[in-house]
Design a protein around this ligand. Structure first.
Ligand code: ATP
Length: 455
């Protein structure tokens, strides 16, 4: 490749240029850490830079046990891996299918990284049958993990709803367990393991939505009752929401006449319906049509009593998947987990547990040092859940082990940005100006560093 004159071919230059390419581009270094990730890839994998940059692939994506990432294969085999279709899951548990051409990158006779050029084929496979992993297992109320009062109320409401023929709306934050609850209701209704169909509305076009509904009609046939689980309604275009309103209104009208549904719709919203209507994301008529029975799935921060039970559940689950024998976690971990707010809910806890167990050697008790690096950074002091604001807090402290330079620099960055924001009365434009960066860059850093933005 011809090199331009001057000093402008830096990583930001390259990354901006890659954003114009209509195929997903993902570049990792020799450790499998992401160094470049273009706009198309962000859309295909529903991820932001902050979720992925500088992180190892296996910290971020989950692959089936017998499949390895094509990027990691290209790194270890030191040869191109061509035309491979790969299905995997992002940190939010979303299933992604891509068709990849992956190449090692060489410098001075050594492999220094790998580049993947990917095409999205998930949209062709958005009608999932059964659970995300494609296995025959569905969750049931008999094995629900968590028994806090809010969960008891939710299970009670779920069981009552299962006794009706009505459509059901599940609301709750991302990762709180809505799909899991939908599966429990399906099982409680006595429906078969292969009759739980799900459509994820994120990134669906008009045509694709209709195609999926037709595919569903073809697949479900007329013999066995099924659930049609429509996930993330708020992501549908308003015109599609109108279509969905009509479909659900027809469904209700048929039920009134025949008193026996052809299928059971269960829908989800990951936002507060009132906020979503006010912000113009959710059609009011759709909301009224689908909200006959609404069940709220509580966020993990409002039911921290469930954390020890969930931790034990994930240890057992990953022990059996990874063939390990981890016995438990230290008390410090439970205290620390209970002091944290879990914005990504149970899914975030699941990922933290998975990454921590992955990092363990022969030890049988999971402790602070096993937690993923990015997660440890949130807890300068294992008992604190907010980044330090006192200038002395991120300096060298007596009786405390030195942190790595990388961790120190991140902390310093977070501290300096926070102070600058306070100084400029939380005005992002003025702060960005003063710090000599674009507004967009500052916003990215605010997110990256979990900086608190309001007084
Ligand atoms: N009670 C639970 N016990 C064990 N695992 C759970 C529980 N609740 C949720 N999970 C796990 O957490 C992850 C997120 O759950 P789920 O997909 O049901 O959430 P969601 O609310 O539908 O998320 P999203 O809105 O992002 O689609 C899944 O891997 C799920 O298996």
């Amino acid at each position: 490749m011809a090199m331009p004159k001057g000093n402008f071919l830096d990583i930001h230059f390259v990354s901006q240029a890659l954003d114009y390419i209509q195929q997903g581009i993902h570049v990792v270094d020799t450790h499998g850490r992401t160094v470049l990730y273009n706009q198309k890839m962000r859309v295909m994998e529903s991820m932001e830079d902050i979720d992925i940059l500088d992180k190892r692939l296996l910290e971020v994506f989950k692959f089936f046990p017998d499949e390895n990432s094509t990027l990691l294969q290209a790194l270890t085999l030191k040869e191109p891996i061509l035309n491979i279709k790969q299905t995997y899951f992002n940190v939010h548990g979303q299933e992604i299918t891509t068709l990849n051409n992956t190449y090692p990158i060489w410098s001075k006779g050594e492999v220094v990284g790998a580049i993947e050029i990917a095409q999205d084929v998930s949209s062709r496979e958005q009608l999932r049958i059964n659970s995300a992993s494609g296995t025959a297992e569905l969750s049931s109320f008999d094995h629900w993990t968590g028994s806090s009062p809010l969960i008891e109320d939710m299970i009670f409401a779920g069981k009552q709803a299962s006794n009706t023929k009505s459509m059901i709306l599940l609301t709750g934050e991302a990762g709180s367990g809505k799909e899991r609850l939908a599966q429990c209701i399906h099982v409680e209704r006595g429906l078969g393991v292969h009759t739980f169909y799900s459509i994820d509305c994120r990134a669906l076009t008009d045509d694709r939505f209709n195609e999926l509904l037709n595919e569903y009609n073809d697949k479900k046939g007329r013999r066995e009752l099924s659930t049609l689980f429509i996930d993330h309604i708020e992501s549908l275009d308003l015109s599609l929401q109108k279509q969905l309103t009509d479909l659900l209104a027809d469904w209700k009208a048929t039920l009134r006449i025949t008193n026996s549904p052809l299928y059971y719709p269960i829908l989800t919203l990951s936002e507060d319906p009132v906020d979503a209507i006010q912000s113009g994301k959710l059609d009011k008529d759709l909301y009224y049509t689908m909200s006959e029975i609404t069940i709220f799935v509580p966020s993990l921060r409002n039911r921290k009593k469930d954390i020890p039970e969930l931790v034990t559940y994930f240890i057992d689950d990953f022990n059996s998947r990874f063939q390990t024998n981890i016995q438990g976690v230290t008390e410090e971990i439970i205290k620390l987990f209970s002091s944290y707010d879990w914005p990504g809910n149970v899914r975030e806890l699941e990922h933290v547990m998975e990454a921590s167990m992955f990092a363990m050697g022969q030890e049988t008790l999971l402790s602070f040092t096993h937690l993923p690096h990015y997660f440890r950074l949130k807890f300068d002091d294992p008992m604190a859940s907010k980044p330090a604001l006192d200038s002395s807090a991120f300096m060298i402290r007596e009786g405390k082990a030195l942190q790595t330079l990388d961790a120190f620099l991140r902390e310093a960055e977070s501290y300096y940005i926070q102070k600058s924001l306070q100084y400029h009365d939380y005005n992002v434009t003025k702060t960005a100006d003063a710090l000599g960066m674009s507004r967009q860059n500052l916003q990215y850093r605010l997110k990256k560093n979990n900086v608190i933005r309001k007084k």
